[in-house]
Design a protein. Structure first.
Length: 538
């Protein structure tokens, strides 16, 4: 399909992110002697300012880290609980039959700050106050609003106008910023400075937590200071599967990373290479694998502290074999598939960085829907997530029904691939329920279709809708595909029963970032043209 951007290559380090200034921050940290974790957290802090509708210290984060010395992969879960007062009965008593998507009743305790500090303490070589200086400068002195920033503000202007804190920062005289205008968030800069001087305790047990809880009480929320004090950042061994001789690592529940691994297990029984990239057969196989994996996620998965997730069964090759038999190559499935993974049960905006020592980080963080809850805690500049509203449902007995102190299942997931024990690719993409679908497409582009990392992120993309989001559950099914796919392929997919909806080129969504670590140590970076970002090597 051709390649729009050139492949970026270097020897001493590589970063990729969805904003060019963020990528420069990561590269500068590496050039100053920082490692991959230092660079990743510096970029995360910067994107919290530069891409405010997508991420920030009011959101959540997940991370995978490959340690070159130990050859071990470690995962960090930075998702937050809902308030201890958040019961299903409370929401129903307020007239809700679905979770609200904005306002304080949609917010969970932000977990991103915990990940920033935990990652630096375990794997970093620099201090938070040093790597946060970039984000502080962008927040205090301002940064030029880009095309995508401006378009996002214009698209959501009515929503932003309903919330005084958000409109004060992200609208200019109640209108969207125009590209090239300077956006400042001085309160956010002050919050970052407080974190730099007082540490994460300021966020979960100190003055920032107190301000968020005060704001919550004034605006109909349920938070108490104890909800923040009880927050825990979880470090664990990631889940993985073997796919055609490669080991693919993913983040575990509450992350949806298991969906990607289940999809790959199902696809392993098909000869995708022989089918051809973006052929009707290949796309059909992947869409049908997606349907099975997403159905399993919706039926069975929830917070491991509340729900017995059938992870071993879902990720077994035996289960994949049975699931694979349910795929009809001539017909798109519209009805539900009832399989039982418990039969095999025994035990229970993104960025990437690689440093000169071979350490690698795959990192993703989010405030969930564009602009999260639209609530900005007074005096903090912090836009709060709407993860509780976006992820939970009010269906009694469902594994993902809201309950006091529970974590919702999370669209965020991130991946890392090794070959013979050494890292080969580190990558991810943002995009809600698109993530497990696009990550599957990225990994098969690399392994099955031998694309380089830039070809991989640029390749035509599709999205099968709806996904796992409760807000979309009753909407019409659509297979949304970029127009760059061949006309005959589209006709063939329609003939199999797919409700094909055409999208403009590069309009399917996502902002994928991938780094390849070659056998000679050379690094190759690919950054998605669907965003403003870039790959930068040193």
């Amino acid at each position: 399909m051709g390649q729009h951007r050139g492949l970026v290559m270097s020897k001493k380090g590589m970063v990729c992110s969805a904003h060019p200034l963020s990528s420069w921050v990561g590269a500068d940290v590496l050039a100053k002697g920082g490692n991959a974790t230092d660079a990743a957290i510096a970029m995360a802090l910067a994107t919290g300012v530069l891409l405010p509708n997508m991420c920030g210290i009011g959101g959540d984060a997940f991370m995978l880290y490959y340690d070159a010395k130990t050859k071990k992969v470690t995962a960090i879960n930075g998702s937050g609980n809902v308030p201890i007062k958040a019961t299903r009965e409370y929401y129903i008593s307020k007239g809700y039959d679905k979770m609200p998507l904005t306002g304080m009743l949609s917010v969970a305790v932000p977990g991103a700050v915990g990940v920033y500090f935990k990652a630096l303490s375990l794997f970093g070589s620099m201090k938070f106050e040093d790597i946060s200086t970039y984000a502080i400068e962008y927040a205090r002195d301002g940064f030029p609003v880009g095309q995508i920033n401006s378009a996002d503000m214009a698209a959501d202007v009515d929503k932003l106008r309903k919330f005084a804190g958000a409109s004060k920062i992200y609208l200019k005289q109640n209108e969207p910023y125009k590209q090239g205008e300077i956006l400042r968030n001085e309160d956010y800069a002050k919050s970052l400075e407080i974190l730099g001087s007082k540490g994460e305790q300021a966020f979960y047990k100190g003055e920032i937590a107190e301000k968020i809880v005060t704001h919550s009480k004034l605006h109909g929320g349920l938070f108490e200071l104890s909800d923040f004090e009880n927050h825990e950042t979880i470090v664990y061994e990631p889940i993985f599967t073997d796919y055609r001789g490669f080991k693919v690592y993913e983040t575990a529940p509450v992350s949806q990373g298991g969906i990607v691994l289940e999809e790959l297990n199902i696809l392993e029984g098909f000869d995708l290479r022989a089918m051809g990239s973006n052929s009707a057969d290949a796309i059909h196989c992947m869409v049908e694998a997606k349907k099975i994996a997403f159905a399993d996620r919706i039926k069975y998965f929830g917070d491991p502290e509340f729900v017995k997730n059938p992870l071993k069964g879902i990720l077994s090759k035996e289960y994949a074999h049975i699931a694979r038999q349910k795929i009809d190559m001539n017909k798109a499935r519209v009805e539900d598939i009832n399989l039982n993974p418990f039969d095999f049960e025994g035990n229970t905006t993104s960025l990437v960085a690689v440093d000169r020592w071979g350490n690698a980080v795959s990192f993703i963080h989010s405030v969930s829907n564009n602009w999260g809850s639209c609530e900005v805690a007074e005096g903090t500049g912090i836009l709060l997530n709407n993860r509780a509203g976006r992820g939970f449902n009010l269906i009694e007995g469902h594994p993902n029904c809201i309950a006091p102190g529970k974590k919702t299942m999370h669209t965020l997931n991130t991946w890392l691939v090794t070959k013979d024990g050494r890292p080969k690719w580190v990558g991810n993409t943002p995009g809600g329920d698109g993530q497990p679908q696009w990550n599957m497409q990225l990994i098969t582009n690399l392994i099955d279709f031998d694309m380089n990392v830039q070809e991989t992120v640029e390749a035509p993309r599709w999205l099968d809708f709806p996904g796992t989001d409760p807000a979309d559950a009753e909407k019409q099914a659509e297979l949304r595909i970029e127009k760059r796919v061949a006309e005959q392929t589209l006709k063939d997919l329609k003939s199999r029963g797919h409700n094909v909806v055409l999208l403009e080129p590069y309009a399917a969504g996502g902002a994928a970032q991938i780094i390849e670590i070659m056998e000679n140590g050379v690094l190759a970076g690919g950054s998605d043209p669907r965003a403003d970002g870039s790959a930068i090597g040193i």
